[in-house]
Design a protein around this ligand. Structure first.
Ligand code: FAD
Length: 416
């Protein structure tokens, strides 16, 4: 939905401004959509400059939202700009005809965007993850149709400029899409065999995996996508889900993953048996920073302890000293997975101490508890990982206590 300014119209006239804004929003909508697609490439290592995968997804989300907003404004502004010429130009924008395919490709792209982005912004409530993923794969076709629309109506650019601009972005987006949906499965995913299944508590197991080919290398606290290839698995077979690698990098080639039953796929994994095959793709993320530098406060809740378990196991195996205070939050001692092992590690790693906090005994984590347990709170870099309510509470307590945003690092086990 583009076009040159009608003859005699100056750019500074209000109508011309509306038209220029209409064109600009169209350009931005397409550019942001393509950039969001490029960011979804999920190439191991590429997430590091953006503070890990969660940083990448945050930018990806923001670009998607901005693109949808711009795509909605684009036809509205052009329709408004055509208002003084009567209803004819507006009706032309809506009239189907074979010659109007460039316009209609724009409407189709907008419709596809609304469909695939609606679940991301939870317009109709929180969707099931796999359904969200399926609908979200319409992003590729939407970008392709939008690109056709942009190329066909970029008559304000020279053919060379249009081909270079949209061609370059479009090619990068297509490469990202093909990589994500096909090539990465062959080139990055590594096969592993389940060696041992260790029950940690009710509904939580730790899988010990050994590589069937080249092992995956990672830093403490990173995560990988695990895809089971287990015929007869009750749910989630061939579905990829992200899990922190709870073992230490020093344990390679063996890898361990702690999994809590939170839904169908994680529930089914509680019952897997040794000898089963899974694939790992990664590593991604950088939480907590490896190696541990300077005084740190770790606040862990529930299964959110896994990145810290990996880092603590690494400290023990490498014999490194570190100034770490781990605030270990659990409902009660029966749900305090890994606590015993972490306490053993703390007795061996110089400078590491642990304060358990049991909700059943102490209630919610409070400022009094935090200040008493960690009096040198403000001197520490803070890392928080756990369920959403704990993250919210810990964040507000730490901010209230005066921890600067730059010293507060949060890992949410939720990418939606
Ligand atoms: C960086 C990261 C690290 C994680 N580490 C661990 C860990 O060490 N141990 C552990 O038990 N869990 C971990 N999780 C959470 C784990 O990925 C989800 O619990 C699991 O995917 C739930 O799948 P489900 O089908 O059993 O449940 P569902 O009911 O389908 O999902 C529950 C919620 O989990 C999230 N989720 C589901 N599938 C995916 C997916 N494929 N990708 C991203 N999010 C998804 C969605 O927000 C969804 O609402 C981690 C998540 C992230 C993002």
């Amino acid at each position: 939905m583009a076009g040159k300014l009608p003859a005699g119209m100056e750019w500074l006239e209000p109508i011309a401004l509306l038209r220029a804004l209409g064109l600009l929003t169209g350009i931005l909508a397409l550019a942001w959509l393509l950039l969001a697609l490029i960011l979804s490439i999920r190439l191991p290592g590429l997430d590091q400059p953006l503070s890990g995968m969660l940083g990448v997804w945050r930018v990806h989300h923001a670009l998607g939202a901005a693109s949808l907003l711009a795509a909605l404004c684009h036809p509205l502004l052009l329709l408004l700009a055509s208002a003084p010429q009567g209803p004819a130009p507006a009706l032309a924008l809506l009239q189907p005809s074979p010659e109007a395919w460039p316009l209609w490709s724009g409407w189709l792209a907008l419709l596809l965007m609304l469909i695939f982005l609606a679940p991301s912004f939870q317009f109709f409530g929180r969707p099931r993850y796999q359904r969200w993923k399926l609908v979200h794969s319409l992003a590729g076709p939407a970008a392709l149709v939008a690109l056709v629309h942009g190329l066909a109506l970029s008559n304000w650019l020279s053919p060379v400029q249009a081909t270079v601009t949209w061609g370059l972005l479009g090619t990068c987006a297509a490469v990202a899409f093909v990589w994500r949906k096909g090539l990465s499965l062959w080139l990055v995913r590594r096969p592993y065999q389940i060696e041992h299944v260790e029950p940690l508590a009710r509904g939580i197991v730790e899988l010990k995996l050994s590589p069937l080919g080249r092992p995956l290398k990672f830093s403490a606290g990173q995560f990988a996508y695990l895809t089971p290839d287990i015929p007869g698995l009750a749910a989630g077979n061939h579905e990829e889900h992200p899990y922190t690698l709870s073992s230490a990098p020093a344990e390679l080639p063996t890898i361990r993953v702690g999994i809590k039953a939170l839904g169908d796929a994680t529930n089914a994994l509680q019952a897997v048996v040794p000898g089963s095959r899974v694939f790992l793709e990664g590593p991604y993320g950088r939480f907590p920073h490896d190696p541990v530098v300077g005084p740190q406060l770790w606040i862990a809740g529930g299964i959110g302890v896994t990145p810290f378990v990996s880092a603590a196991r690494q400290l023990r195996l490498t014999g490194t000293h570190a100034d770490i205070h781990l605030l270990f939050c659990a409902n009660d001692s029966t749900r305090a997975i890994y606590l015993e092992e972490l306490q053993d590690i703390a007795s061996l790693v110089q400078g590491m101490q642990i304060t358990p906090h049991f909700f059943a005994k102490e209630g919610y984590l409070s400022m009094d508890f935090l200040r008493q347990a960690v009096p040198d709170l403000l001197e520490r870099e803070a890392y928080v990982c756990g369920p959403a309510p704990l993250i919210q509470l810990a964040r507000s307590l730490l901010e209230e206590a005066g921890v600067l945003p730059a010293k507060l690092h949060i890992e949410a086990f939720d990418l939606l």
